[in-house]
Design a protein around this ligand. Sequence first.
Ligand code: ATP
Length: 289
Amino acid sequence: MPVCEKAYAKINLVLAVTARRTDGYHELQTIYQNLTLHDTLQLTSLAEDKIILTCDDPSLPVGPDNLVWRAAERLKRFFRISRGVHIKLQKRIPVAAGLAGGSSDAAAVLRGLVRLWHLPQDWEELIQLAAELGSDVPYCLFGGTALGTGRGEKITTLAPCPHFYVVLANPGFKVKTAEIYHSLTEADLEPGYDLTPMLRALACGDRNGIVANLSNTLEAAAFRLSPAIRTLKDKLAQKAPSLMCGSGPTVFALFTAQEEAEEAALSLRREGTAVWLTETISQPTAGGE
Ligand code: ATP
């Protein structure tokens, strides 16, 4: 029996880069939030010891360069599994867009293979495997609303964010996360960033407080490299409170009213911008089928 998993996109309501680390990573304080926009993965066990990945997006690699393949290989090695797996990946989340598509797919593979092969649900081990695959992967194992510290891999689950309609707008080019982090200057860093107002707003379900405290340190570097991202954000911000997603280049806007979100999405689409209308989701990891 194949196992299905949904891999949800995420935004960061806050992404504060507080310091550079000696290991090349950066120290973060971030608040992750899942969206209903998702990829779908179907996993079928194979008697033969091999990993076959098929994907409906021909631009993506289907070997070790795909995080899905790497997640399967890493988990097989860890649990010494000599069976194989065929993974069918249906992409919906735009690629290299700051929405953690690859990370979410990798986490879905870890969850899915644990179910497919009835492996022990040792979350500490799985979080460790996830962190080796990428800084966002531990969050994607659980999803929902969560605080990330360290390089983003140390996760504390938070009370669910109140519901928002979310308009995502993408300027039509890809951004390399490493390039954005590299071009951060000392002046861009926010060493004393105080998450308290956002955490308080989330704890109280205070929508006004949440939108007033949206913040992303990486915007400065991304806007310098690609002014088109700032132009798109400025346009979206005329409709609703907006922020760049992760390392960009997608920009999101939060709406409480569905009609306003639909109207904003429509007007951007008419101008030729790639737009997705989605929603926040509170408890997504019951995404398996
Ligand atoms: P993050 O927000 O975690 O930095 P992102 O959303 O900006 O990630 P991804 O969509 O994960 O970026 O893609 C980043 C790169 O990873 C792309 O260049 C892509 O080729 C590669 N990649 C590997 N596996 C996947 C996958 N399953 N889905 C999307 N991209 C993948």
